[in-house]
Design a protein around this ligand. Structure first.
Ligand code: NAG
Ligand code: NAG
Ligand code: NAG
Ligand code: NAG
Ligand code: NAG
Ligand code: ZN
Length: 494
């Protein structure tokens, strides 16, 4: 197998200087992505293998470079034969299960026929100028977040995206791009502080780092997906969008034993075509309300640590200055590198002082059953803040089940998931007792598709910061008008 492909891509991408225009419009330069996922930078020499035999062994390793040794786990090799490689996912030859699910999603009629894949830059790490420029932002017929920040779909049978954490004085804790090989110190820190987070995992990282993925569940975090290969999803064909989501869902089931029902689009790049395929697979789309831009921290990125500190500080200031309209935040932070993980640990004391609660998105939305499997029970917000932070029914690290190859997954479409406590917009609220509260409260329940805040919430936030949704469209026009900056992708921007 080709371990840590994404890692090397990240390193490759971060070397030359690059400019970035608008958070959702990172584009690689022509020569940089000749081979996406190069194997050349495997970094598994110098030290003896740590050879962990299971997730419990792995969790004990303290030396980061040992954590990042390849572990020749035989199940991984069996798995890698069943999955797409280190490139954009498509249906694997002879995979009847995938083919059947794909047929079902298509036949359900959920995929809109009036939205085409958008033009991509090389490697699908960006949207082409022409494609961005020709989109009608005012009408926004496709509810394309990248262009307008839209989070309320305009096509049928799709729940609104989840954005802010509805609870006041609350920091919704989320980490994208994991699992990371050397995350033990960070996960230890989260545990020590009784913190649980929503983890958005990348499919190939789960393939490469199965024990690290298992630890997330055992530690009581909740797992959503973040696609197979981290591309701009609106540029992919229907079948590629399906495969990026389906294979990531299935590998999390194979490795961790749960079937997630939520996903976050890389770069926030989602429109109704992509949302519909996700909804057909039973996945709720989750964006964020506030962004730390931590993915771009030096030395792997280009922003000084002090800049990332101040991005965190701005979110904290909004809380202390009462500028959050009585809502909480759903903050984009990353399990990408030791630097992004370290940054959170450094900022946490300040966050804790400003925000009464720091909770995972399950608690923000009273989601008690984040997975298709119903034996796990996550705490609702009220329980979580009382200190009952541990979900029930989870296996401990040393009870992790064997890795399975090609598990069957439950793909009930999002709108048909009506049982209480799910991520679905059709899921009943578990908190029926507050049904008679004022309209505001009940409209923010995950109960009927309106757990998310209005789209203006996230777009306002975006544009007031780092060239968010609106300004990114403006940035495209800038680029079109001849001001061509050499731009290089940083693979892991969100
Ligand atoms: C952002 O774009 C939307 C849709 O084009 C528009 O309605 C809104 O006024 C814009 N917001 C800002 C701050 O320019
Ligand atoms: C793999 O399958 C076996 C048998 O069906 C089951 O007991 C085990 O829990 C599964 N493992 C995972 C990780 O789902
Ligand atoms: C994880 O973090 C380490 C240390 O910062 C980094 O070398 C590696 O590229 C990251 N990514 C993965 C997938 O492990
Ligand atoms: C979660 O439940 C609490 C009561 O336990 C309620 O006040 C709150 O509105 C609910 N939140 C959502 C998003 O349903
Ligand atoms: C959600 O609630 C609103 C207001 O009560 C109602 O008009 C709408 O039909 C509901 N939507 C769904 C999907 O149940
Ligand atoms: Zn990401």
């Amino acid at each position: 197998m080709k371990p840590f492909g994404l890692v090397s891509l990240f390193i490759l991408a971060a070397l030359p200087a690059y400019a970035h225009i608008g958070r959702a419009l990172q584009v690689p330069s022509a020569s940089d992505l000749a081979s996406d996922f190069p194997v050349s930078s495997r970094r598994h020499h110098l030290r003896a293998r740590a050879s962990p035999k299971n997730a419990a062994d792995m969790a004990k390793i303290q030396d980061p470079s040992q954590e990042c040794q390849e572990y020749g786990y035989s199940a991984s090799q069996a798995l890698s034969k069943k999955y797409p490689g280190y490139h954009i996912a498509s249906l694997v030859d002879g995979d009847d299960q995938a083919q059947q699910v794909w047929s079902e999603v298509q036949q359900s009629g959920i995929i809109p026929s009036d939205i085409q894949p958008r033009g991509a830059t090389k490697g699908h790490y960006g949207i082409s100028d022409q494609s961005s420029d020709s989109y009608n932002n005012d009408k926004d017929p496709d509810c394309w977040w990248t262009a307008t920040g839209c989070t309320s779909p305009k096509h049928p049978n799709i729940g609104d995206d989840l954005t802010s954490c509805p609870e006041p004085n609350t920091w919704g804790l989320t980490f994208d791009d994991g699992p990371n090989c050397s995350h033990n110190a960070f996960y230890d820190y989260l545990s020590k502080n009784n913190l649980k987070a929503t983890m958005f995992f990348i499919g190939v990282n789960v393939l490469d780092l199965p024990f690290q993925a298992q630890r997330a569940l055992a530690d009581g975090h909740d797992i959503c997906l973040h696609t197979w290969s981290h591309r701009y999803m609106t540029t992919l064909s229907n079948e590629q969008v399906f495969s990026e989501l389906y294979y990531t869902m299935r590998i999390i089931k194979d490795v961790v034993g749960v079937t997630p029902r939520c996903w976050r689009p890389p770069y926030g790049d989602v429109d109704d075509r992509v949302r519909a395929i996700a909804a057909g697979l039973g996945l709720r789309t989750i964006i964020w309300s506030h962004d730390t831009d931590d993915w771009n921290i030096v030395p792997d990125g280009t922003e000084a640590t002090s800049k990332i500190d101040s991005n965190y500080q701005k979110i904290i200031d909004k809380q202390t200055q009462n500028k959050l309209d009585g809502k909480g935040v759903n903050v984009l932070t990353h399990e990408l590198t030791e630097n992004t993980m370290g940054e959170f640990q450094k900022e946490f004391p300040k966050i804790k002082e400003a925000f009464t609660n720091v909770v995972p998105l399950t608690a923000c939305f009273n989601v008690t059953q984040p997975y298709a499997e119903n034996q796990y029970k996550y705490p609702i917000f009220a329980d979580f803040i009382k200190g009952n932070v541990n979900p029930q029914g989870l296996p401990s690290l040393d009870q992790m089940p064997q890795i399975n190859v090609s598990s069957k997954i439950d793909v009930t479409p999002e709108k048909q998931q009506t049982s209480a406590g799910g991520f679905s917009s059709a899921s009943k609220s578990v908190d029926e007792t507050t049904e008679s509260d004022d309209a505001d409260t009940s409209s923010s329940k995950s109960g009927n598709g309106s757990a998310s805040q209005s789209s203006s919430d996230s777009s306002t936030e975006g544009s007031s910061k780092d060239g968010g949704s609106n300004s990114s469209a403006a940035a495209v026009s800038l680029c079109m008008s001849g001001l061509l900056v050499p731009i290089l992708l940083s693979f892991a921007m969100l």
